[in-house]
Design a protein around this ligand. Sequence first.
Ligand code: SAH
Length: 395
Amino acid sequence: MDKYTKIYLKPGKEDSLRRFHPWIFSGAIKQSGEQPHDGETVEVYTANDEYIATGHYQIGSIAVRVLSFSQRTIDDAFWRERLSIALDVRRRIGVAGNPRNNTYRLVHGEGDNLPGLIIDIYDKTAVMQAHSPGMHFAKDAIATALVEVMDGAVQNVYYKSETTLPYKADIGHENGFIVGGSTDNVAMENGLSFHVDWLKGQKTGFFVDQRENRALLEKYSNGRTVLNMFCYTGGFSFYALRGGARLVHSVDSSSKAVELTEANVELNFPGDTRHKAFAEDAFKFLDNMGKDYDLIILDPPAFAKHRDALRNALQGYKRLNAKALAKIKPGGLLFTFSCSQVVTKENFRNAVFSASAISGRNVRILHQLTQPADHPVNIYHPEGEYLKGLVLYVE
Ligand code: SAH
């Protein structure tokens, strides 16, 4: 077994680890002689010199992200084992090995016992993101294990961590292919095709986490006039078109996003005149529009990235939802989301409650939505639950 640097906890600081929480905060660690390097694999011991976990060390508030609660070497076999388990889960839930769907999240960080690592699959290309220096240094080993585990299904691995690694980590890195280099970028979700811009797009290029919520929207789209606000690549729009919507308007402040949406609609429904896209600010669009829509989607970017932004974020959700609730047609449906991790389900529901009260309309909650099964939440790490949505019926 490799000799890893040992770090020791302060007395009594092992409780959360005994409950398998995968993070160790810097305040729990006894400062001793040997200071590990950023990203190094370390073994963690209690104050009584009892082994408790192995993980990636990081300079910052989360000092260790736990990879294993039993003593083992973090080697190629480790990565293969964890990735095989993750793939097995995706096969069992039917998102992998499905002829109508080749887009899914293979690794969802803590949810797959691989804290700091995200891997999304788009047909034959995997997009990999490291959120910790430890995962960054392991990227080549992980990519090799990934190609092996996927057994021919993945031929390209694109590494995209420029914006996700902590800026303090002084590690030179660039986005780029670790394996392969295909420019073929069309993938499929539930039988619908779309271009993935993993080079410049947000996140890994597509919002894989809305797959099931889009499918639900499709069921409600028949005959409706749909407004897809914050459309990005247009996911909700092409599901609405397939569901039989009378018209679909997609809005995003980014003209690049509007182009992507138009290209994706064209890919699935060439020449379909039911769709129009607008590069405009959401709040302005909602202020200026008429009472034309009976299905509105609000899927904004995270309004709060940190806890100190929570109050303003909740105000933002309230204002945004109030604007949509004021204008949606009677009998309309509002699909409204928050992807801010620091905003709890209760926080979000309260914001939408306040927005409803401002509108004065009768509002029923029809569905409470969350992230799909390929974005699992580790039961010992409830912080992994981030996507919240409500489907409202507005009288
Ligand atoms: N619903 C999308 C994901 C939305 S991501 C999907 O299913 O894929 C959030 C989007 O909001 C981004 O594309 C961003 O460009 C856009 N955006 C951010 N601020 C905005 C604003 N004030 N008005 C309109 N769009 C905005």
